[in-house]
Ligand binder design. Structure first.
Ligand code: FES
Length: 171
């Protein structure tokens, strides 16, 4: 999908997504656990960075579900909670670097909102390592892949997320 194609609302993508299949990559032996990771990526920078990573054949784990959003500021904190409710083991939010937001200030709001949300989640028992905000520009394909690999490794070390998952959401 290119950055100019029509975008589906992130709520709709998250709702229809069955996170249970994530990580079912080839070569996984039976019973082997792989983390389920949701990555919200802003259309103008990080999603283009993911595209570039793909074009450059920079690999990152298959268990990462990228959800494209018009701006990191479009990510309602409820989306993060919903992802955990649906069984995600980690959630990462990527946007344009501060000062580069296509909508001027979206990522400043994101930074403040997520700092509050992540502290609240930490208080509720969802370790800080399971959530992350990262700024990745359209030219940083290598950074995108490195960030995703690093984040997936962190989630693997933390293990399965047992907080907030609602088994009724398994589909
Ligand atoms: S457009 Fe990328 S963070 Fe706002």
């Amino acid at each position: 999908m290119s950055v100019t194609e029509k975008m589906t609302s992130p709520e709709a993508v998250l709702e229809r997504e069955n996170l249970a299949y994530l990580g079912d990559a080839k070569g996984k032996s039976e019973g082997e656990w792989t983390p389920k990771i949701v990555a919200f990526c802003c259309n103008w920078c990080s999603y283009a960075g993911a595209d570039l990573a793909g074009n450059n054949r920079a690999s990152y784990p298959a268990e990462i579900k990228i959800i494209r959003v018009p701006c990191s500021g479009r990510v309602n904190p409820l989306f993060i909670l919903r992802a955990f409710q649906k069984g995600a083991d980690g959630v990462i939010l990527c946007g344009c670097h501060p000062g580069d937001c296509h909508y001027m200030t979206g990522n400043y709001y994101t930074r403040r909102r997520m700092a509050l949300l992540f502290s609240m989640l930490d208080y509720l028992g969802v370790e800080k390592g399971r959530t992350r905000v990262e700024w990745v520009s359209a030219s940083e394909g290598a950074k995108f892949a490195a960030t995703m690999n690093e984040f997936a490794e962190k989630i693997r070390s933390l293990g399965r997320n047992v907080r907030l998952e609602d088994i009724r959401c398994r589909n």
